[in-house]
Design a protein around this ligand. Sequence first.
Ligand code: OGA
Ligand code: MN
Length: 294
Amino acid sequence: MDVRLLGPGFFAEVRGVGLADVAERDDAYAFVRAAFEEHSVLLFRCQPITDELQVAYSKRFGPLEVAKVASLGEGTPFSILTNIDRTTGRLMPPDHKEALRARANQLWHTDSSYKETPALASVLSARTIPATGGETEFASMRRAWERLPEATRARLTNTVAHHDYAHSRGKIAPHLASEREKDALPPVRWPMRWRNPVNGRDALYIASHTCAIEGMPRGEALTLLDELVALATAPGCTHLHAWAPGDVIMWDNRATLHRGRPWPDDKPRHMVRTTISATDADGLADMRERKKAA
Ligand code: OGA
Ligand code: MN
């Protein structure tokens, strides 16, 4: 079992151990868990992926999220990102709700920061991929935090930001988030720094969903958020992954941003995501205490 770093200080390929090993063996889980805490994004190649294997692997890391209302996969552990219509087998038109959602996924974000229980990790498997485009790009929010001036870090540590699902959808189309989604997903508050309790490393915690910063006028907050995302995702700081069949990637939602990249409308792309909820032991207890105190 070993890991090979592929990205700028984060993003590693795991070799000699696969999803099934992690599902079945404690030593394989311990190895991959340690690599996840260290490198934030892990790539596994050539996996014999099935829904069952993806769930068995993901469950090792913590409780699974249930896909949210009005998404494909609602009520199951699977978030399905696809442009293939399941009933007809045909490609969805570019103005279809799922196509607009794919565009929202192309904004830099972390998964589920807008939830009452945010996500520790996401596991994404490639099921059908286009020959060109459709890559996924990652950035390290630990490295972003380290690059911030000391005074900014001190200021943001206990500053609370608001995360709202409707805000990121609204950047694509005004009514992309339905009333049902808005009711189910009211805005939530999170400190802007997430500390990893395993290694003490801090990460900047913001996303496309972040719509406000407490104690800051709205315009100023939105400008600062744009500047922070630009810093985190500056040239040379990201890693772009071009998918191959059998690839599976797991990322740390506490410490990274990601975005999908566009691909030709007339080509199918079908990806399946499982998402692991954060628990108190993943630093969530600290996040909740600090937001209460703020
Ligand atoms: C996700 C996501 C981007 C992509 O699965 O959470 O943002 O490239 N995916 O499909
Ligand atoms: Mn995502």
